[in-house]
Write a protein that binds this ligand. Structure first.
Ligand code: NAP
Length: 295
């Protein structure tokens, strides 16, 4: 079997076009420009790249963006004061605090301080709870991107056995929750595996769809999956550097081995990655529409 390669790059491009058009209409008809602010504390190089990509994508889609780069020794009180100011700023519809934060800052306190209406990451407990009861305002970006990849590739989740490998609050738990909901693009029977699961292969071998979010290269190999499985590989693992010093990234799945058995599979890079930022833009647009009373 030759697997269909699900291109996150292509699907993200389509969705960005849709967002760009809606942003332009919102401005034209209602004089509203969605605004996103990113807050970065410290100089983590990967975080700087992510924040830069968010600014660039915002600009390309007509979304107003603002960036606050704070020194690594910023106190929690100062960060909370900035969030309070941004919560009240009418130009800003979405607030994104780039994680991880320096160790002296309590991440939970910071995420709880963001106004849930501006929580475009979907990490505030109000938004987590709304997702749980099937009435979300904002879906968290990576899991939402995964659902969109499945839907837009024509992969049916209704009644499917889905196995999620990983139980983090940002990927594993929310994607399980999204696919469990009683609605289109969901209705799956979901199993979540983690490091205390007795026999991961037992679960993955009977899965119609595997969502790999373990953060471990080769966590899923060909002997662990059945013929015709659909694989969404969320993992991003650095396995070395090229001679030019560029990072070599792979997913959690042995792509070459598994693609011989799979019906469809996402590559790394070019799979889930491009979807995450796109869904952030979608949430920012949604936040602006909610604020304008259009949703
Ligand atoms: P995380 O917080 O480290 O969580 C990893 C989860 O996987 C944990 O629940 C862990 O179990 C489980 N796990 C680890 N090794 C396992 C194994 N061998 N078998 C079964 N379960 C295992 O990571 P995360 O934030 O969810 O991210 C997961 C991966 O996705 C990372 O590589 C990350 O870089 C990537 N990611 C990509 C995007 C994107 O946009 N492309 C976005 C977010 C994350 P325990 O709970 O028992 O420890």
């Amino acid at each position: 079997m030759t697997a269909q390669i699900i291109s996150g790059t292509e699907i993200a491009k389509q969705i960005r076009e849709e967002i760009k058009q809606e942003v332009a209409e919102l401005k034209e008809k209602h004089n509203v420009v969605p605004g996103l602010v990113t807050v970065l504390v410290g100089e983590d190089p990967a975080s700087q790249v992510y924040v830069g990509q968010k600014e660039k994508t915002s600009a390309a889609l007509g979304i107003y963006s603002e960036r606050h780069d704070l020194p690594a020794d910023t106190s929690e009180a100062d960060l909370l004061a900035l969030i309070d100011k941004l919560n009240k700023d009418p130009k800003i519809h979405g607030i994104l605090v780039q994680l991880p934060l320096p160790k002296h800052i309590n991440e939970t306190n910071v995420l709880f301080a963001i106004d849930p209406k501006k929580d475009v990451d979907g990490f505030h407990p109000v938004n987590v709870g709304k997702l749980m009861i099937g009435e979300p305002d904002y879906l968290p970006c990576t899991p939402h991107g995964i659902q969109q990849l499945l839907m837009r590739s024509g992969i049916e989740t209704d009644g499917a056995e889905v196995v999620v490998v990983g139980r983090s609050n940002i990927v594993g738990k929310p994607i399980a929750n999204i696919l469990l909901q009683k609605q289109k693009g969901a209705n799956a029977t979901v199993t979540i595996c983690h490091t205390h699961t007795r026999d991961i292969s037992f679960h993955t071998k009977r899965a119609d769809i595997i969502i790999a979010a373990a953060g471990k290269a080769n966590a899923i190999t060909a002997d662990m999956v059945k013929e015709g499985v659909v694989i969404i590989d969320v993992g991003v693992n650095e396995i070395g550097k090229t001679a030019e010093g560029k990072r070599i990234l792979v997913g959690d799945v042995d792509f070459e081995g598994v693609k011989e058995k799979a019906r469809a599979i996402t590559p790394v890079p070019g799979g889930v990655g491009p979807m995450t930022i796109t869904m952030l833009m979608l949430n920012t647009l949604r936040a602006a529409k909610i604020k304008a009373g259009l949703i």
